[in-house]
Structure formats: structure tokens, C-alpha cells
Design a protein around this ligand. Structure first.
Ligand code: FRU
Length: 478
């Protein structure tokens, strides 16, 4: 208890001491007040508010300490910051309150999370733990409810809980003793006693080939009549147009028989093709929408070169996106509520033929919607704020996002295959970019740091194009 109080006080002292306004701070995305943010945790609607918890190191901009930071909102626009919900204070979580999920039961909020313990021999232990609250802000720890089952290494974490008929179910991200990634299922009648149900997906279960050495942060839900498993596999080899980041996040679509725990699914699709996207989680809101948020970051070798580290913080979450299943794929659409950010609008039709068109903005915060009504030619490019570029090469059916790396010393790209682009929807925050193509069929999420501030887009077309252009300057709520 004493450690917990000391830690809380230290965290708040640092917040009070720190000035966290700077030109890189995002205006309408959740960022850590200070320190490092990674995975979204425990997304839930409870007592009239949306709650977003997150993996937080308030003491440094690295991954050495992890507690659960906490924001809540009634509209996804105005966020209230709360004291950290879970800080490591007990033996079973002494080296981190790791990722997990939330459910509401009997008017109480239940958090399931992983207690991470490092042993003196350099190993680790893992405990799936429970904490309960009846105000959504203060949590009482109940300790471990699941211990490591046989056949797995201690890379066994990130419980996601949901209710199916009259039973509680949980998926956990795991690594087998053969060092392969897998998702495991547990069931419970009372949220305290959990029974092993078997594996859900992975090599030798639902796949016939190696597919990474660890699957982190699973999420499993039904949407539009399909059973969808979202997972973040580590250890996939980069291929042209696929798996270009250090770690991936994507989904399987299939059918699950809850009685036999048999899951038959299709191939893995990446959720996002940008540089910065990992550990997505979803929840169902009171209107039945399936909403996704992800860590807009990546723990790769560029991580420690983020310019925001100078100001004492790093990373953010994505904007919330509503999911739907269409033509065997998950589509992502920025949630309706984000329209409240819209300020001054502009709307125009551009006819461009083998030339460049400059569109100047009166603010760096922009929402842009471009309907491509006609395109005859090989290629178009949109340069954003003089920094990133979205390029469509029609001959090769490739869309590319290009950015300068964080030191501005080289260009780097992420690519994917696409035959046709009919529309582009973009959200530009101060140092982030989210691009939704074809009504959310393909998404690119990326951070970037500007060299010069030039609030503009530069469109260039090899061939002929007619574009219906709309943009809004956006309000900042932070
Ligand atoms: C994913 C992850 C999780 C873990 C958490 C620790 O980014 O590695 O598997 O619970 O981050 O912060």
C-alpha cells in the first residue's frame, strides 16, 4: 500500500512540475501527459463515460516502467485525465501492470491485466490479474486469477474478456514452448475462477505454418455475422507490400463454434499500412458500434529518435475508428463524433492535367476528404505539409506513403497493393497523419516531425484528374 501511495505521489509531482506544451504535442489525439504511452487498455463504456486506459511510463520515455494511465470522455473529444488506475505495488506485478481489458458487471468495472514479474535469474513470470472498481476511478486489486498453464513460455499476457450468453470468456496472447505465437481461451462463470478451454488460433491449431514467435494483445468479437480475431504477431518476415514494420497488427475473419472452441478462419490481413500502428483494441459502445483504438507508435530502432522526447513525452493513440465487415475485409471509419472538431470548411472541384496544384491551409490541423471523380493517367501524388507524400501508381497498382525519418536524413516508405482509389479521407494533427482510402478499406497511420511549417497540400497529376475537394480546419481540444 505504501509503495502504491509513494508511486502515485511521485507521478503527480512530475506532472505538476512539468510544462508539457510544445509544438509537437498532438491536438486531438490522446498523448501521455508526460513519459511514454503504448497500448490502449481496458476500452469500455461505464456509467455514462467512455474510458480509455493505456500503458504508461510516467517516469521516462522508454519501456522500463509500466502502469495503467487513465482518460475518460462523454464525447470522444473532451478528455478528462484521472490518476493512474493500476500501478505496480504487489509481488505479482512488481515489474509492470501490463496490458489488458475491461468489462462491466453488476454496476462494477472489472479490469483484467497482466502482472509482469522479472526474476533475479533474468527470466520472467506472468499472472493474469483482476482489479475491481465501483466508481471507475479507484480500483481494488484482487490478485492473480490465472497462472501460467503447461506448454507455454512466460510470454503469456494481455487478457481480453467478453460475455457470451451466460458465460465469461477470455483470450490471451501466448508463446508456446516451441516458440510460436498462439491465442488461448479461458472461460468463467464468476470472473474469478477460470477454466482452460484450449487454443483458439495459431500454427497447428488453425494455421498450418509458422506465423511469428509471439502473438500479443488479442481481441475476439463478432461483427456483421463474422467472428474476428485481432492480434499483434511478432516475428513475421517483411515482404514486398506486407509486414514492413518491426511488428504487425491484423485480423482473421471466420466462424467460431463456442461449444467445441473450433475457429475456422481466412488469411491474416494487416489493419494498417503506415509506420506507426500496433496493439489495437476494440469495444462495443452502447449504440452497438465496434470501436477501435491503437497505439500510434512502434517500438523499433527509430523510437528513441522521436523529437518529442526533448519535451519529455513520446507516442499517442490513434483516433477512434468504427469497424465494419465488407467484402471479407475489416473497414475502418473515423467515428462520427470527430465531426465536432470541424471549424472552417472549404469545398472545391479541381481539374488537374499534368500539373501541380497547391492548396494552402490556414491551420496545420486539418480534415481532408477528396473524392476522385475521374483519373486518367499513370500517377498522382499528394504532398502533405511539405513533408509526407501519398503516391498512387496506377500502372503497378501500388499506393505508397513516403516520409522523412525522424532525423530528416532519409526518405522511407510503406506500400500496399490497390487497383483503384476512389476517395481519400485524412486527419492531420500536428505531428501525425491518418489516411483512410476507399472508405476505410486501406489505412495508413504515421507520426512525422516537420522540418519547415508549411500548411499545405501539393497535388500533382501525371495525366488528368477531377477531384471533389473538401477540407476543414480543426479545433484543438488540448
Ligand atoms: C504490446 C506489449 C504487450 C504488453 C505491453 C507492455 O505493445 O508488449 O504485450 O502487455 O506492451 O507495455
Amino acid at each position: 500500500m505504501e509503495t502504491e501511495i509513494q508511486l502515485r505521489n511521485q507521478i503527480f509531482q512530475r506532472l505538476i512540475d512539468y510544462q508539457h506544451q510544445d509544438e509537437n504535442r498532438l491536438a486531438f489525439h490522446l498523448t501521455p501527459p508526460i513519459g511514454l504511452m503504448n497500448d490502449p487498455n481496458g476500452l469500455v463504456y461505464y456509467k455514462g463515460k467512455y474510458h480509455v486506459f493505456y500503458q504508461w511510463n510516467p517516469f521516462d520515455t522508454n519501456h522500463t516502467f509500466k502502469c495503467w494511465g487513465h482518460y475518460s470522455s462523454s464525447d470522444f473529444i473532451h478528455w478528462e485525465e484521472h490518476p493512474p488506475a493500476l500501478v505496480p505495488s504487489e509481488w505479482y506485478e512488481k515489474d509492470g501492470c501490463y496490458s489488458g481489458s475491461a468489462i462491466v458487471h453488476d454496476s462494477k468495472l472489472y479490469l483484467f491485466y497482466t502482472g509482469n514479474v522479472k526474476t533475479t535469474e533474468g527470466g520472467r513470470e506472468t499472472y493474469q490479474c483482476l482489479a475491481v472498481s465501483d466508481d471507475g476511478v479507484h480500483f481494488e486489486k484482487k490478485g492473480p486469477v490465472i497462472y501460467l498453464p503447461k506448454g507455454f513460455t512466460p510470454h503469456f499476457r494481455d487478457p481480453k474478456v467478453w460475455k457470451q450468453e451466460d458465460k465469461w470468456l477470455m483470450v490471451i496472447g501466448a508463446q508456446t514452448e516451441e516458440l510460436e505465437g498462439l491465442t488461448a481461451v479461458f472461460a468463467s462463470n464468476d470472473l474469478i475462477n477460470w477454466q482452460w478451454q484450449g487454443p483458439l488460433a495459431g500454427n497447428g491449431v488453425s494455421l498450418s505454418k509458422y506465423f511469428g514467435y509471439m502473438w500479443e494483445c488479442p481481441d475476439f468479437f463478432s461483427l456483421n455475422g463474422k467472428d474476428i480475431l485481432i492480434v499483434s504477431p511478432q516475428g513475421l518476415e517483411a515482404q514486398p507490400f506486407q509486414y514492413e514494420n518491426l511488428y504487425q497488427s491484423g485480423y482473421f475473419i471466420g466462424e467460431w463454434d463456442s461449444k467445441t472452441n473450433k475457429y475456422v478462419h481466412g488469411t491474416f490481413h494487416e489493419l494498417d499500412h503506415g509506420f506507426d500502428f500496433y496493439a489495437p483494441q476494440t469495444f462495443e459502445d452502447p449504440n452497438g458500434r465496434r470501436i477501435l483504438l491503437a497505439w500510434m507508435g512502434m517500438g523499433d530502432e527509430q523510437e528513441q529518435t522521436h523529437q518529442s522526447i526533448k519535451s519529455g513525452w513520446i507516442h499517442s493513440l490513434t483516433i477512434p475508428r468504427e469497424l465494419t465487415v465488407k467484402d471479407g475485409r475489416l473497414y475502418q471509419k473515423p467515428i462520427e463524433e470527430l465531426k465536432q472538431l470541424r471549424n472552417k470548411a472549404r469545398s472545391e472541384i479541381f481539374s488537374i492535367a499534368n500539373e501541380e496544384k497547391e492548396v494552402l491551409f490556414d491551420s496545420e490541423l486539418q480534415e481532408i476528404i477528396i473524392d476522385i471523380e475521374q483519373f486518367e493517367g499513370n500517377k498522382w501524388e499528394i504532398q502533405i505539409h511539405n513533408h509526407c507524400k501519398l503516391i498512387f501508381n496506377r500502372k503497378d497498382s501500388i499506393v505508397t506513403l513516403e516520409r522523412q525519418n525522424f532525423n530528416h536524413s532519409k526518405l522511407e516508405t510503406r506500400q500496399c497493393k490497390i487497383n483503384k482509389i476512389d476517395n481519400i479521407h485524412m486527419y492531420l494533427d500536428r505531428t501525425s497523419l491518418e489516411i483512410f482510402l476507399n472508405n476505410g478499406q486501406i489505412v495508413f497511420s504515421s507520426r512525422y516531425y516537420k522540418k519547415t511549417i508549411k500548411n499545405q497540400c501539393l497535388i500533382s497529376v501525371e495525366g488528368k484528374a477531377k477531384l471533389r475537394w473538401k477540407n476543414w480546419s480543426l479545433y484543438s481540444y488540448q
